[in-house]
Design a binder for this molecule. Sequence first.
Ligand code: G4P
Length: 288
Amino acid sequence: MAVQWYPGHMNKARRIIKESMSEVDLVIEVMDARIPFSSENPMVAELRQHRPCIKILNKSDLADPAITRLWLAHLEKEQGVKAQALSVLDKSKTRNLPALCKKLLPERGSAIKPIRVMIMGIPNVGKSTLINTLAGKTLAKVGDEPAVTKEVSPAQHRIILEGGIALSDTPGILWPKIENGNSSYRLAVTGAIKNTAIDFEDIALFAADYLITAYPEKVVERYKLQQCPATDIQLLEAIGRKRGCLRAGGMIDLQRVSEILIHEIRGGALGHLSFETPEIIERELVVV
Ligand code: G4P
């Protein structure tokens, strides 16, 4: 599947963040709680070096809470990492982040010696929303397209938060993990890769195949089916019949069904869904 990230963009993003790092004490990496592996950028460990890192599993309001707990434990195995599940819907938990930064860097966090924090992550994981929530006002642009990087250094402008935190008002934008085929699909299913770069039928088949194995009861409930179909295409056809997505001659309009399924997954209509577990990723990495 085509993803609009090119070597030029990647190098530029990496260079800009690397140059900013000398003025950063702590990194907050934002990931999508539904796909923590696929929405993580492997470059962060190299870029942050010894600096502590808070990994935010954002959009946890859409993810499967049991799987999010597995990921939190898994991510904290990395040296210097504290993992935290968040959702923009829960502003009070978000505003506790400065206290967590202070816990990780107790020697800083005063007006004279603030903790200089930079938020990083791939597009559409919620970086801008998080900055705006922490700042208490709208600063950062919400909704960057995946192919966009910025020339400005993320450490150039800072917002002073309560508790001695100096937060860069521009996030460090990194590229998504595109070397793993399944990750590209998961990024598309959850909306991190925007609609211009995806083939709805292709990703709906991927999503349907996963749902019938991982969440058959949610599928049955949402689409009021007698039982969960056995294959991806049978599930799309069953949804198509229920939703009246028919073409002339009674054929199922797969494009329409696919768009319905993907939009409903992204909007949380099927309930809390996660699209990868630490165990699934471990298996896939062995196969690759
Ligand atoms: P970015 O800076 O990392 O690129 O992400 P941004 O904050 O722009 O957020 C991308 C989309 O994700 C926004 O929706 C935003 O409202 C949504 N979002 C961010 N955090 C959360 C969260 O915790 N839970 C949920 N459910 N949504 C969250 P949008 O502007 O409508 O964009 P889109 O949905 O059309 O992609």
